[in-house]
Design a protein around this ligand. Structure first.
Ligand SMILES: [Zn+2]
Length: 257
């Protein structure tokens, strides 16, 4: 069976839009400990239950011009942004991985990262219902696909252990919690999917992003040195880069010596 050229990228974008729509539900409901499958979405203002045509990714937002059909309450622009972002990330994975089984593993990983990115930004939490099953799924996939079960186990140990040690040392030193253990479980999940080498890459990239974001925030007086940064949000961006380009980055970096 052969498809016309451009079919696969288009399918990835459409898939990404629909998955992004579901991720919106997860991002909204998981921090509230609500079910992501029931009940149907409602307007938080008037309780108007959304019909299927109110739920079409991006298109509904544009048609409704960003407002509830019944009470005109503004709908957060976050919804179409998450949908567009997910579609772009799906297409990007297709371009990097192509038609391989690893594509689907890394897409599942990316979905978990998108949800964690937004939830940490909003609520400064990284729900266990994403990170803990994520560790299990990542390890299971690694039995059949890269990085392999040994590298995955080492990744879980280093990812979890590294941050845990920093959090513990910081707590003893400063008597304040540097980060929640949500970050520890999240980096363990990254280790499970990507393996021990790319955990190191993820940690280095997230520290760089953290440094730049921190300097920008302090420079623009949006924050001082004691402001809690959503580390999970930066970890999500770093892990996505590591998932897509970590191996190439490692080859390039080690090739310099
Ligand atoms: Zn409404």
């Amino acid at each position: 069976m052969s498809f016309p050229p451009g079919f696969a990228p288009l399918a990835m974008v459409l898939c990404g839009l629909c998955v992004g729509s579901f991720l919106n539900v997860c991002i909204h409901r998981l921090p509230l400990k609500q079910s992501v499958v029931w009940p149907a979405s409602r307007c938080p203002g008037c309780g108007h239950e959304l019909a299927w045509f109110d739920n079409i990714p991006i298109a509904s937002y544009l048609v409704l011009r960003g407002r509830c059909r019944s009470c005109r309450l503004p709908i957060s622009v976050r919804y179409p942004i998450v949908e567009a972002l997910t579609a772009a990330i799906f297409l990007w994975h297709w371009m990097v991985f192509g038609p391989t089984p690893l594509l689907f593993v890394r897409l599942a990983f990316a979905c978990a990262l998108i949800a964690l990115f937004a939830i940490d930004l909003d609520h400064q939490i990284l729900p266990d219902v994403i990170t803990l099953p994520g560790i299990g799924v990542g390890f299971l996939c690694s039995v059949f696909f890269p990085p392999g079960p040994i590298m995955s186990l080492a990744g879980i140990a280093l990812g979890g252990g590294l941050l845990w040690a920093i959090a513990e040392a910081w707590f003893r030193l400063r008597k304040v919690e540097a980060m929640g253990f949500g970050d520890v479980k999240m980096l363990a999940m990254v280790g499970a999917f990507l393996g021990v080498k790319l955990v190191v890459v993820t940690f280095v990239i997230s520290s760089m992003i953290g440094g730049v974001v921190g300097v920008l925030l302090v420079a623009t007086r949006r924050a001082d040195m004691a402001t809690r940064v959503p580390f999970g949000t930066m970890l999500a961006v770093a892990a996505l880069i590591a998932s897509l380009y970590g191996d190439s980055l490692l080859t390039w970096y080690l090739g310099r010596f």
